[in-house]
Design a binder for this molecule. Structure first.
Ligand code: ADP
Ligand code: MG
Length: 350
């Protein structure tokens, strides 16, 4: 038995999604094998150890009322990796961390850096792959070298958008015709993303994206099916089949992802095997080029002419019971409990 610290919540616009993912991980971990230390980071960035807390209370947010919650911090001393209770109780040693965190301060290399400093092995990508996978402009630079098609793009700083909105919009208009996609470089769950169909909407879209990150991408619109591939492993990779997301709305917005019951996920994607294999091959190449480890979900569009267009990589993809990552791995023959065992074993490799 070893002490496995499962961390969810976090200072991110995906805080509540992370609570759902974290609760699902907690429900599926084998308690015969692991002594689980559930930790929630609240939206202010304070850490709480919740021994014996029902995952349902974590999922719903009711954990804040849990009588047994203990404010803690993580020791950065490599000799004693531990959660330090702020009430003066004895430290709780940590053998391995499982950050079930999405977006900023969780998926972007920051908490991974903290684990490196503290000498705690952790599930998922390391610092650099996490940071590059989070920043959509950095990811694009890496993927460009692979010769895999992606939406043409340009980038603006939030400062430039605020200071010279019209000039930014005109630069984008010279590059692309409408509609265009506008997105914060560092965000997730479609937060801050808009489809702009005219200049007025482009102004609004640029300002909205700039509220979420210091860097904003404008992309050409890609028309096609949206497909996703789950990858697992460090050196020897398990690459799932392609799943397809069918948005109940004009694009796969936050609402379409989490609230719209007409959005669907299909496994496998409605594509010929030859096309699905090309997508899987691209996913593997991107995973390796990024230097990913543990897990990632790699997302694409497939156009009417069966062109494979990379969209983005998620190094800590949603892990709810209906999330594509676990469903794709389940379809590949790996039950969620075994998938979690594999992720933990991969985190302990060298
Ligand atoms: N260039 C594009 N062309 C067409 N649709 C896009 C484009 N970029 C994003 N989208 C739509 O917006 C959604 C969210 O964008 P994405 O880049 O995946 O951001 P996030 O990290 O928030 O999921 C996608 O799932 C897709 O529906
Ligand atoms: Mg996405």
């Amino acid at each position: 038995m070893f002490n496995l610290c499962v961390i969810c919540g976090g200072v991110s616009n995906e805080h509540s999604v992370s609570l759902v993912s974290g609760a699902n991980v907690l429900r599926n971990l084998d308690t015969e094998k692991y002594h689980i230390l559930p930790v929630v980071i609240d939206t202010a960035g304070d850490w709480f150890y919740l021994p014996g807390c029902n995952p349902d209370a974590i999922e719903s947010g009711a954990w804040t009322e849990y009588a047994g919650k203990v404010p803690v911090t993580l020791s950065v001393s490599r000799s004693t990796p531990a959660l330090i209770p702020l009430n003066g109780d004895t430290p709780i040693s940590v053998d391995l961390a499982f950050p079930v965190l999405h977006g900023k301060n969780g998926e972007d290399g920051t908490i991974q850096g903290l684990f490196e400093i503290a000498g705690i092995p952790y599930v998922g990508c390391k610092v650099l792959a996490s940071a590059c996978g989070m920043d959509k402009a950095m990811t694009k630079l890496i993927v460009e070298r692979l010769g895999i098609r992606q939406a043409a793009w340009c980038v603006f700083s939030a400062y430039d958008i605020q200071e010279s909105l019209t000039a930014c919009a005109e630069t984008a208009e010279r590059a692309f015709s409408y509609p265009m996609f506008v997105k914060p470089a560092n965000a997730g769950s479609s937060v801050g993303i808009s489809k702009a169909k005219n200049q007025e909407q482009l102004f609004d879209a640029l300002l909205e994206a700039a509220r979420h990150d210091g860097k904003v991408l404008v992309e050409e619109f890609i028309s096609g099916q949206e497909v996703e591939v789950a990858v697992l492993g460090n050196r020897t990779l398990t690459v799932s089949d392609c799943g397809e997301v069918v948005s109940g709305q004009e694009f796969y917005s936050f609402d379409a992802k989490y609230n719209d019951t007409s959005s669907q996920t299909l496994i496998p994607a409605r594509l010929e095997k030859e096309v699905r294999d090309r997508v899987r091959d691209a996913a593997k190449k991107i995973y390796l080029a990024l230097g990913a480890s543990g897990l990632s979900r790699v997302d694409f569009f497939v156009t009417d002419t069966m062109d494979v267009v990379f969209n983005e990589i998620n190094t800590l993809p949603g892990f709810t019971s209906i999330s594509m990552y676990s469903k794709l791995m389940n379809a590949a023959g790996l039950e969620t409990r075994d998938l979690l065992d594999r992720l933990i074993a991969l985190a302990r490799e060298d």
